[in-house]
Design a protein around this ligand. Structure first.
Ligand SMILES: C[S@@+](CC[C@H](N)C(=O)[O-])C[C@H]1O[C@@H](n2cnc3c(N)ncnc32)[C@H](O)[C@@H]1O
Length: 451
């Protein structure tokens, strides 16, 4: 019997994520996998994201029941075991025999026939152990996270790297870190920005169930339905964008000439351009393929797209608003991009910071007198946030920080913010959102002005 399309797709995607450093979300939305039926695509997504989210936890289970060390297992064998254990432990609707059988077939199809009986034996042992556990899938795993009191136990039980959880506990405290880890271990909500009332009516008429965002009034949470199939989405009147990302673009405010330095895929560019219909928005992007993506996705008359390096701008004009949404580690988006947990090392933060400082310095050079720049990341790490901003401003005394409080108060008066208090969104003069605490991904933003 053939392997089901959803499991075959999940297995292939997981192998490619490991080997090619690809992003699972990009692969799932690529032409190859978009051909799957809706039900198969949904199951493949659940399997891929689930395995990536729980990878270290799954590996511990393999190590406990297998006679062989993990390092001696072929990638395909380990991949099939992770998929099998994930289904046994986290998916109540998949019968154990189907999970075991399909993982065995996957290793056979991957020409690792000799490992088939090993995979079968490991998964049968796991299935036996799981049968005695709680009826609610994974309830015992989440209970362990709730009672993990040290950074090490929390990292282990919530499938996060130890170094990352240790630094979060130092920075944010154990309880906030627990909320971050819990948020990372659940699928992130799909959030949309609604650009006009008609778009909202159309989406709901087409059967999409929406709930309110706890952060922004023009943001909605998709409760049920595929918003990408609606006309309003295809015409750009509704966009999929996390509420934190929307808030960062709103912070940039209004102007006549706007530069978006690191723009692809263009969620913030579109928001800037729609909020400033009479402004010229120049969107720059380093990678030509991502600049092409930006061209395909942002079809607004006041946007000009430029492929180039933000560290060497060719412009001679001053912009009155600039957004520098720099490349970063992405540790505020682990629920959406769980593979980051297994790729990022503490040593990467210095390189990222050097790149971020280079872009910020160059972007500040494009700011007109009296203009404002928003520097932002979706990182939870100090090096990429306050430390990068402060290192640049130490060298450039003609620029200063503007307290985000003022801009947030303004957004509150305009009815954009739907939170009661803005205090919780502030960390000194900076914007700081935290997964599990705020209703969005983890974002940092600083507003800088030319004195
Ligand atoms: C955080 S993402 C931007 C997300 C985007 N602002 C949005 O909201 O859709 C950072 C982007 O910067 C691009 N990038 C990286 N280095 C760059 C550079 N030196 N100059 C311009 N763009 C750069 C990356 O390719 C990536 O597309």
């Amino acid at each position: 019997m053939a392997v089901s399309p959803a499991r075959a797709a999940a297995f292939e995607i997981l192998q490619r994520v490991e080997r090619e450093q690809s992003y699972a979300g990009d692969l799932l939305h690529s032409a190859r996998f978009n051909k799957l039926s809706s039900a198969d695509h949904a199951l493949a997504t659940e399997l891929v994201m689930g395995v990536l989210r729980w990878r270290s936890w799954l590996d511990h289970r393999v190590a406990e029941v297998s006679s062989q060390g993990l390092e001696r297992l072929d990638e395909e064998v380990l991949g099939a075991l992770r998929l099998g254990i994930y289904q046994l432990k986290f998916l109540s609707r998949v019968p154990a025999r189907a999970a075991i059988f399909e993982s065995v077939e996957l290793v056979k199809a991957a020409r690792k026939r000799s490992a088939a009986s090993f995979v079968n034996a490991v998964l049968r042992k796991m299935a036996g152990a799981s049968a005695t556990a709680s009826a609610e899938p994974a309830a015992d795993i989440f209970a362990e996270i709730e009672k993990s009191f040290g950074a090490g136990a929390l990292a282990r039980n919530s499938a996060h790297p130890d170094w990352l959880v240790t630094r979060w506990v130092e920075r944010y405290g154990i309880e906030t870190t627990r909320q971050i880890c819990l948020a990372d271990q659940h699928p992130a909500a799909t959030c949309i920005r609604v650009y006009d009332r008609q778009g909202l009516d159309e989406v709901t008429r087409e059967g999409i169930k929406l709930g309110p965002s706890r952060l922004l009034s023009a943001a909605k949470i998709v409760v049920a339905g595929d918003v990408t199939r609606t006309q309003a989405y295809q015409q750009g009147r509704v966009a999929i964008q996390d509420a934190g990302s929307q808030l960062v673009a709103l912070l940039a405010g209004q102007g006549k000439t706007i530069l978006d330095c690191c723009a692809a895929p263009g969620g913030k560019t579109a928001l800037l351009a729609r909020r400033n219909p009479n402004a010229l928005v120049v969107a720059s992007e380093l990678h030509p393929h991502r600049a092409r993506l930006l061209r395909d996705l942002v079809l607004l008359p006041n946007v000009r797209i430029v492929a180039g390096d933000a560290r060497q701008f060719p412009f001679s004009r001053g912009f009155d608003r600039i957004l520098a949404d720099v490349p970063c580690s992405g540790t505020g988006t682990l629920a959406r991009n769980p593979e980051i947990k297994w790729r990022l090392g503490i040593e990467d933060l210095d390189d990222l910071q050097a790149r971020q400082i280079g872009i910020l310095k160059s972007a500040l050079g494009q700011l007109a007198a009296g203009g404002r720049l928003v520097y932002s990341t979706c990182s939870m790490e100090r090096e990429e946030n306050e430390a990068a901003v402060e290192a640049v401003l130490d060298e450039l005394p003609e620029f200063s920080i503007v307290d985000c409080r003022r801009e947030l108060e303004q957004l509150q008066q305009e009815g954009e913010l739907s939170v009661d208090g803005i205090e919780a969104l502030l960390d000194g003069p900076y914007l700081r959102t935290i997964p599990g605490i705020h209703a969005c991904d983890g974002f940092f933003a600083a507003i800088i002005q030319r004195k």
